[in-house]
Design a protein around this ligand. Structure first.
Ligand SMILES: Nc1ncnc2c1ncn2[C@@H]1O[C@H](COP(=O)(O)OP(=O)(O)OP(=O)(O)O)[C@@H](O)[C@H]1O
Ligand SMILES: [Mg+2]
Length: 282
Protein backbone atom coordinates (compact mmCIF):
# COMPACT_ATOMS: atom_id res chain seq x y z
CA UNK A 1 0.00 0.00 0.00
CA UNK A 2 1.21 3.51 -0.75
CA UNK A 3 1.67 5.66 2.31
CA UNK A 4 1.91 9.42 2.40
CA UNK A 5 0.75 10.37 -1.10
CA UNK A 6 -0.80 13.83 -1.01
CA UNK A 7 -3.04 15.19 -3.73
CA UNK A 8 -3.98 18.86 -3.66
CA UNK A 9 -6.63 19.30 -6.31
CA UNK A 10 -7.66 22.77 -7.43
CA UNK A 11 -7.79 24.05 -3.85
CA UNK A 12 -9.00 27.58 -3.13
CA UNK A 13 -9.37 28.89 0.41
CA UNK A 14 -11.25 31.96 1.50
CA UNK A 15 -10.77 33.27 5.02
CA UNK A 16 -12.83 35.72 7.02
CA UNK A 17 -16.11 34.49 5.57
CA UNK A 18 -18.02 34.97 8.84
CA UNK A 19 -21.28 36.90 8.72
CA UNK A 20 -22.10 35.94 5.15
CA UNK A 21 -19.27 38.08 3.72
CA UNK A 22 -17.38 36.58 0.77
CA UNK A 23 -14.01 36.81 2.59
CA UNK A 24 -10.50 37.09 1.18
CA UNK A 25 -9.24 34.50 -1.26
CA UNK A 26 -6.01 33.47 0.46
CA UNK A 27 -5.26 30.53 -1.86
CA UNK A 28 -6.29 30.38 -5.49
CA UNK A 29 -6.69 27.09 -7.32
CA UNK A 30 -3.60 25.35 -5.99
CA UNK A 31 -2.87 21.90 -7.38
CA UNK A 32 0.07 19.63 -6.55
CA UNK A 33 0.90 15.98 -5.93
CA UNK A 34 3.48 14.79 -3.40
CA UNK A 35 4.78 11.24 -3.69
CA UNK A 36 5.18 8.99 -0.64
CA UNK A 37 8.46 9.80 1.08
CA UNK A 38 9.07 12.96 -0.92
CA UNK A 39 10.60 16.02 0.76
CA UNK A 40 8.66 19.07 -0.39
CA UNK A 41 9.51 22.64 0.55
CA UNK A 42 7.05 25.51 0.23
CA UNK A 43 8.88 28.80 -0.20
CA UNK A 44 7.18 32.15 -0.43
CA UNK A 45 6.95 35.68 0.93
CA UNK A 46 5.13 36.46 4.14
CA UNK A 47 1.37 36.34 3.78
CA UNK A 48 1.27 34.26 0.57
CA UNK A 49 -0.72 31.48 2.22
CA UNK A 50 1.89 28.86 3.14
CA UNK A 51 0.56 28.30 6.66
CA UNK A 52 -2.98 28.33 5.32
CA UNK A 53 -2.14 25.51 2.92
CA UNK A 54 -0.38 23.55 5.66
CA UNK A 55 -3.32 24.16 8.02
CA UNK A 56 -5.62 22.68 5.41
CA UNK A 57 -3.34 19.64 5.01
CA UNK A 58 -3.36 19.28 8.79
CA UNK A 59 -7.16 19.31 8.71
CA UNK A 60 -7.50 22.49 10.75
CA UNK A 61 -9.36 24.32 8.00
CA UNK A 62 -11.34 23.25 5.00
CA UNK A 63 -10.84 24.34 1.39
CA UNK A 64 -13.59 26.59 0.04
CA UNK A 65 -13.36 24.56 -3.17
CA UNK A 66 -11.24 21.70 -4.48
CA UNK A 67 -10.05 18.70 -2.50
CA UNK A 68 -7.16 17.44 -0.40
CA UNK A 69 -6.45 13.72 -0.36
CA UNK A 70 -4.04 11.60 1.65
CA UNK A 71 -3.55 8.22 0.02
CA UNK A 72 -6.79 8.78 -1.86
CA UNK A 73 -8.86 9.60 1.24
CA UNK A 74 -10.13 13.17 1.79
CA UNK A 75 -8.47 15.02 4.69
CA UNK A 76 -11.21 15.43 7.25
CA UNK A 77 -9.98 17.03 10.47
CA UNK A 78 -6.70 16.68 12.39
CA UNK A 79 -5.10 13.27 12.87
CA UNK A 80 -1.75 12.18 14.37
CA UNK A 81 -0.97 10.44 11.06
CA UNK A 82 -0.37 14.01 9.82
CA UNK A 83 2.18 15.28 12.36
CA UNK A 84 2.66 19.03 12.79
CA UNK A 85 5.78 20.85 13.91
CA UNK A 86 5.74 24.63 14.38
CA UNK A 87 8.39 27.27 15.01
CA UNK A 88 7.82 26.94 18.76
CA UNK A 89 7.56 23.59 20.45
CA UNK A 90 4.37 22.34 22.07
CA UNK A 91 6.02 20.18 24.74
CA UNK A 92 4.48 19.82 28.20
CA UNK A 93 6.78 21.76 30.55
CA UNK A 94 5.99 19.47 33.48
CA UNK A 95 6.87 16.25 31.65
CA UNK A 96 10.33 14.87 31.01
CA UNK A 97 11.70 14.38 27.50
CA UNK A 98 10.85 10.67 27.75
CA UNK A 99 7.25 11.32 28.78
CA UNK A 100 6.77 14.10 26.25
CA UNK A 101 7.95 11.86 23.41
CA UNK A 102 5.90 8.90 24.68
CA UNK A 103 2.74 10.96 25.12
CA UNK A 104 1.19 10.05 21.74
CA UNK A 105 1.44 6.36 22.66
CA UNK A 106 0.00 7.01 26.11
CA UNK A 107 -3.05 8.49 24.40
CA UNK A 108 -3.42 5.22 22.48
CA UNK A 109 -3.29 3.21 25.72
CA UNK A 110 0.15 1.70 25.08
CA UNK A 111 1.88 0.35 28.23
CA UNK A 112 4.57 2.44 29.93
CA UNK A 113 7.26 -0.16 29.21
CA UNK A 114 6.48 -0.22 25.49
CA UNK A 115 6.21 3.54 25.12
CA UNK A 116 9.48 4.08 27.00
CA UNK A 117 11.11 1.63 24.61
CA UNK A 118 9.81 3.42 21.50
CA UNK A 119 10.39 6.89 22.93
CA UNK A 120 14.00 6.02 23.84
CA UNK A 121 14.69 4.83 20.30
CA UNK A 122 13.35 8.09 18.85
CA UNK A 123 15.24 10.20 21.39
CA UNK A 124 18.39 8.44 20.24
CA UNK A 125 17.42 9.00 16.60
CA UNK A 126 17.28 12.77 17.14
CA UNK A 127 20.62 12.72 18.96
CA UNK A 128 19.38 13.23 22.52
CA UNK A 129 20.34 9.96 24.21
CA UNK A 130 21.14 10.77 27.83
CA UNK A 131 18.57 13.58 28.04
CA UNK A 132 15.53 11.34 28.63
CA UNK A 133 14.92 12.59 32.16
CA UNK A 134 15.45 16.29 31.53
CA UNK A 135 12.59 18.79 31.37
CA UNK A 136 12.05 21.04 28.33
CA UNK A 137 13.27 24.14 30.22
CA UNK A 138 16.63 22.43 30.72
CA UNK A 139 17.20 22.13 26.95
CA UNK A 140 18.39 24.58 24.29
CA UNK A 141 15.99 25.71 21.55
CA UNK A 142 17.49 23.25 19.06
CA UNK A 143 17.21 20.38 21.53
CA UNK A 144 13.59 21.28 22.26
CA UNK A 145 12.82 21.12 18.54
CA UNK A 146 14.49 17.71 18.35
CA UNK A 147 12.21 16.50 21.13
CA UNK A 148 9.27 18.01 19.27
CA UNK A 149 10.19 16.07 16.12
CA UNK A 150 10.51 12.83 18.13
CA UNK A 151 7.18 13.56 19.82
CA UNK A 152 5.49 13.77 16.41
CA UNK A 153 7.33 10.78 14.90
CA UNK A 154 6.17 8.41 17.64
CA UNK A 155 2.73 8.40 16.01
CA UNK A 156 4.29 6.96 12.82
CA UNK A 157 2.85 9.79 10.74
CA UNK A 158 2.39 9.25 7.04
CA UNK A 159 3.08 12.95 6.60
CA UNK A 160 5.22 15.38 8.55
CA UNK A 161 3.97 18.97 8.21
CA UNK A 162 6.55 21.54 9.31
CA UNK A 163 5.86 25.27 9.50
CA UNK A 164 9.19 27.12 9.77
CA UNK A 165 10.33 24.65 12.43
CA UNK A 166 13.82 26.13 12.65
CA UNK A 167 12.81 29.78 12.25
CA UNK A 168 13.57 30.69 15.86
CA UNK A 169 17.04 29.10 15.95
CA UNK A 170 20.40 30.77 15.45
CA UNK A 171 22.07 30.24 12.06
CA UNK A 172 24.52 27.53 13.15
CA UNK A 173 21.96 25.51 15.11
CA UNK A 174 19.61 25.85 12.18
CA UNK A 175 22.09 24.26 9.76
CA UNK A 176 22.73 21.43 12.24
CA UNK A 177 18.98 20.85 12.57
CA UNK A 178 18.58 20.74 8.79
CA UNK A 179 21.27 18.03 8.61
CA UNK A 180 19.64 16.17 11.48
CA UNK A 181 16.24 16.33 9.83
CA UNK A 182 17.63 14.94 6.57
CA UNK A 183 19.33 12.16 8.51
CA UNK A 184 16.10 11.27 10.34
CA UNK A 185 14.07 11.49 7.14
CA UNK A 186 16.61 9.25 5.38
CA UNK A 187 15.84 6.57 7.97
CA UNK A 188 12.07 6.85 8.22
CA UNK A 189 11.12 8.25 4.79
CA UNK A 190 7.85 9.84 5.69
CA UNK A 191 6.50 12.48 3.30
CA UNK A 192 7.61 15.92 4.51
CA UNK A 193 5.96 19.25 3.67
CA UNK A 194 8.28 21.93 5.02
CA UNK A 195 7.55 25.66 4.98
CA UNK A 196 10.33 28.19 4.98
CA UNK A 197 11.16 31.79 4.02
CA UNK A 198 14.78 30.80 3.71
CA UNK A 199 15.94 29.99 0.19
CA UNK A 200 19.15 28.22 1.32
CA UNK A 201 17.14 26.03 3.66
CA UNK A 202 14.63 25.13 0.95
CA UNK A 203 17.29 24.30 -1.65
CA UNK A 204 19.31 22.30 0.85
CA UNK A 205 16.40 20.18 2.05
CA UNK A 206 14.00 19.68 -0.81
CA UNK A 207 13.50 17.02 -3.41
CA UNK A 208 11.09 19.52 -4.88
CA UNK A 209 10.57 23.16 -4.09
CA UNK A 210 7.25 24.89 -4.73
CA UNK A 211 7.64 28.65 -4.88
CA UNK A 212 4.47 30.51 -3.98
CA UNK A 213 3.36 34.02 -4.87
CA UNK A 214 0.93 36.28 -3.01
CA UNK A 215 -2.51 37.85 -3.45
CA UNK A 216 -4.02 35.38 -3.89
CA UNK A 217 -1.60 32.65 -2.83
CA UNK A 218 -0.67 30.31 -5.66
CA UNK A 219 2.23 28.18 -6.86
CA UNK A 220 4.33 30.16 -9.31
CA UNK A 221 7.09 27.66 -10.00
CA UNK A 222 8.39 24.22 -9.18
CA UNK A 223 12.14 23.69 -8.78
CA UNK A 224 13.90 20.35 -8.48
CA UNK A 225 17.32 21.09 -6.94
CA UNK A 226 18.61 17.62 -7.88
CA UNK A 227 21.60 17.54 -5.51
CA UNK A 228 22.82 14.05 -4.61
CA UNK A 229 22.08 12.82 -1.09
CA UNK A 230 23.38 12.77 1.55
CA UNK A 231 23.76 16.53 1.34
CA UNK A 232 26.15 18.62 3.34
CA UNK A 233 25.95 22.25 4.32
CA UNK A 234 28.78 23.20 1.93
CA UNK A 235 26.52 22.79 -1.14
CA UNK A 236 25.56 26.45 -0.66
CA UNK A 237 28.76 27.33 -2.55
CA UNK A 238 28.00 24.99 -5.46
CA UNK A 239 27.46 27.10 -8.66
CA UNK A 240 24.24 25.23 -9.46
CA UNK A 241 22.98 25.98 -5.96
CA UNK A 242 23.84 29.66 -6.41
CA UNK A 243 22.06 29.79 -9.78
CA UNK A 244 18.94 28.23 -8.27
CA UNK A 245 19.11 30.68 -5.41
CA UNK A 246 19.18 33.58 -7.85
CA UNK A 247 16.17 32.10 -9.56
CA UNK A 248 14.31 31.88 -6.25
CA UNK A 249 15.23 35.47 -5.42
CA UNK A 250 13.91 36.59 -8.80
CA UNK A 251 10.67 34.67 -8.25
CA UNK A 252 10.19 36.12 -4.78
CA UNK A 253 10.98 39.70 -5.74
CA UNK A 254 10.30 40.23 -9.44
CA UNK A 255 6.93 40.28 -11.10
CA UNK A 256 8.54 39.49 -14.43
CA UNK A 257 9.87 36.02 -13.45
CA UNK A 258 12.75 35.85 -15.95
CA UNK A 259 13.47 32.33 -17.16
CA UNK A 260 16.44 30.51 -15.63
CA UNK A 261 18.56 30.56 -18.82
CA UNK A 262 18.63 34.35 -18.81
CA UNK A 263 20.20 34.59 -15.40
CA UNK A 264 23.83 35.71 -15.50
CA UNK A 265 26.30 33.24 -14.01
CA UNK A 266 27.39 34.29 -10.59
CA UNK A 267 30.94 35.60 -10.26
CA UNK A 268 30.81 36.56 -6.61
CA UNK A 269 32.27 34.71 -3.73
CA UNK A 270 30.08 33.00 -1.09
CA UNK A 271 30.60 35.83 1.37
CA UNK A 272 29.12 38.50 -0.88
CA UNK A 273 26.37 36.06 -1.88
CA UNK A 274 25.44 35.74 1.78
CA UNK A 275 25.26 39.52 1.92
CA UNK A 276 22.91 39.45 -1.08
CA UNK A 277 20.67 37.05 0.78
CA UNK A 278 20.39 39.47 3.66
CA UNK A 279 19.57 42.38 1.40
CA UNK A 280 16.72 40.44 -0.21
CA UNK A 281 15.54 38.72 2.95
CA UNK A 282 11.74 38.34 2.84
N1 LIG B 1 -8.90 34.73 9.50
C1 LIG B 1 -8.44 35.40 8.45
N2 LIG B 1 -9.23 36.24 7.77
C2 LIG B 1 -8.78 36.89 6.68
N3 LIG B 1 -7.53 36.78 6.20
C3 LIG B 1 -6.70 35.98 6.86
C4 LIG B 1 -7.08 35.23 8.01
N4 LIG B 1 -6.01 34.51 8.42
C5 LIG B 1 -5.02 34.79 7.58
N5 LIG B 1 -5.41 35.67 6.64
C6 LIG B 1 -4.59 36.20 5.53
O1 LIG B 1 -4.22 35.11 4.74
C7 LIG B 1 -2.97 35.36 4.12
C8 LIG B 1 -2.11 34.14 4.22
O2 LIG B 1 -1.76 33.92 5.59
P1 LIG B 1 -0.73 32.77 5.97
O3 LIG B 1 -0.57 32.82 7.44
O4 LIG B 1 -1.17 31.50 5.35
O5 LIG B 1 0.60 33.28 5.25
P2 LIG B 1 2.08 32.71 5.31
O6 LIG B 1 2.53 32.53 3.88
O7 LIG B 1 2.17 31.53 6.20
O8 LIG B 1 2.87 33.94 5.95
P3 LIG B 1 4.12 33.95 6.95
O9 LIG B 1 5.29 33.60 6.08
O10 LIG B 1 4.18 35.36 7.44
O11 LIG B 1 3.88 32.95 8.03
C9 LIG B 1 -2.39 36.61 4.78
O12 LIG B 1 -2.46 37.67 3.89
C10 LIG B 1 -3.29 36.83 5.98
O13 LIG B 1 -3.45 38.20 6.22
MG1 LIG C 1 3.09 31.17 8.05
Amino acid sequence: MSAGRIAIQDVSIRLGTDGGQPGVEVLHRVSAEFAPGEFICLLGPSGCGKSTLLGALAGHLRPSSGSLLLDGVPVDGPDPERGLVFQHHTLFPWKTVLDNVGYGLKMKGVSRAQRNLEASALIELVGLAGFEHRYPRELSGGMQQRVEIARVLINHPRVLLMDEPFGALDALTRVKMQELLLDVWGRIRTTVVFITHDIDEALFLADRLLVMGPRPGRIVEEIVPGFARPRHADIVTNPHFVALKRRCLALLHDDAHPPLERLTPLGRDPVSEAATQWRFAV
